[in-house]
Design a protein around this ligand. Structure first.
Ligand SMILES: [Zn+2]
Ligand SMILES: [Zn+2]
Length: 407
């Protein structure tokens, strides 16, 4: 007789007398004796008991598991069928067990002080997985599975939990008429009403939808979510190398999509995409948290005739200048009214005409550029208007660069 059995013979007799099936009997001592299934473990215990004159046969209907293990083959088949409907690099089996059964198991373990018992769920996961893997042909992944097949053992039903897919890249926005992300109607919140002409949203499309709809189609996914590294105003273009973002696709049935094809099919007159690559979920927080100083290009209209030399002088005077910006009137309703200190790194004037000019400028992230130019009725000081001695206003704004260092 093996040592672990003789050491536990009294307890084994107690448990065997409950009439448990071989698997359940073995599982109550699951951490003892190496390299065997609970089934074999249970049979060995029963034989050892018989050798010692203790007759404790299994009941036909196991009072603990209700013979759920007879169904393992069917569970595995159902799980494999579901998993094989989707493409993934790995998978994991999970189970939902009748709460009555897990409670009974807990009670037995507690009552008899079974320190080496294994839980029924862990055995079911393993035994279903062993059979399912033969037709799934993908490795099992415990830590970050792409697909979890959850078997409800009460109804032999399988639900798939598919990990979302994350695609990072950079986008350009060439239109001053579309937002970065989908903008639900503020009246109906997406249901469709008179205010939004039944569309459920305020703008016909967005950077998010332009790439997201294509990606959802290619992945057979459900929804898309867009995580931009900051955002520009709707009427601002995003030029230069573009703004980093992560696109999230929920419930993807296909993961290994061709990103070059995604780029080609998404690019249009309104937006373009580049550097598309797959990232892990963790990238989302990193992208959202990264600080991003920006370079802007603005076209400015002055309220009068401008002096070319004076514009250049004022532009130079803002080299490494601190400015104090009270929350602008236009965002007052959604942001706390505070004074924030920002630094203007440099300003270059260009294309100076009769009553208009262009500025290119680099600022701290979070600088309100339009208000820096206009002064926002004294809420932003000093301002370009103030130093030029003439009211000026930004007519168009483009973001040229996002300062982002991966790492
Ligand atoms: Zn059982
Ligand atoms: Zn609406």
């Amino acid at each position: 007789m093996e040592q672990w059995i003789s050491d536990n013979l009294d307890k084994a007799a107690e448990i065997a007398r409950l009439g448990l099936c071989d698997r359940c009997l073995g599982r109550m001592f699951g951490k003892l004796g190496e390299c065997m299934t609970n089934d074999v473990r249970g049979r060995m215990i029963r034989e050892a008991l018989a050798e010692n004159g203790i007759e404790a046969p299994a009941e036909e209907f196991c009072p603990l598991c209700e013979n759920v293990f007879d169904m393992v083959g069917r569970f595995a088949e159902a799980a494999a069928e579901k998993v094989n409907e989707v493409e993934s690099d790995n998978f994991l089996i999970g189970t939902k067990v009748e709460p009555e059964i897990t409670k009974r198991e807990k009670d037995i373990v507690a009552e008899h002080g079974l320190e080496n018992a294994e839980g029924i769920k862990s055995e079911l996961n393993r035994e279903i997985g062993k059979i399912a893997i033969l037709s799934i042909r993908r490795p099992v992944e415990f830590k970050n599975p792409q697909v979890v097949a959850c078997v409800d053992t009460r109804f032999a039903e399988v639900e798939l939990d598919i990990a979302p897919l994350f695609i990072a890249g950079r986008y350009n926005k060439f239109s001053r008429e579309i937002p970065q992300t989908i903008w639900p109607c503020r009246v109906c919140h997406g249901k469709g009403c008179d205010h939004c002409h039944g569309k459920g949203k305020m703008y016909p499309t967005s950077v998010q939808e332009i790439i997201g709809d294509v990606a959802v189609g290619m992945c057979g996914g459900k929804e898309h979510f867009f995580h931009g590294m900051g955002r520009e105003d709707i009427d601002a273009r995003m030029l230069g190398d573009g703004r980093p973002f992560v696109l999230e696709i929920s419930d993807p049935k296909v993961r290994n999509i061709d990103l070059e094809e995604l780029r080609r099919r998404s690019d249009n007159d309104l937006a373009a995409f580049r550097d598309l690559h797959f990232v892990k979920r963790e990238a989302v927080e990193r992208y959202k948290g990264a600080a991003s100083d920006k370079v802007y290009h603005v076209h400015v209209i002055a309220d009068g005739k401008v002096n070319k030399e004076r514009v250049i002088e004022v532009a130079l005077s803002f080299k490494n200048a601190n400015i104090d910006q009270r929350t602008p009137r236009r965002v007052e309703h959604r942001r706390a009214d505070l004074v924030r200190r920002r630094r203007i790194h440099w300003v270059k004037a260009d294309a100076i005409g009769e009553d208009s000019f262009d500025l290119e400028l680099e600022t701290d992230s979070g600088t309100y550029v339009k208000e820096f130019v206009s002064g926002d009725d004294g809420r932003s000081v000093p301002s370009f208007s103030e130093r030029l001695g003439m009211p000026c206003k930004v007519e168009t704004l483009d973001v040229l660069a996002i300062d982002y260092h991966e790492g």
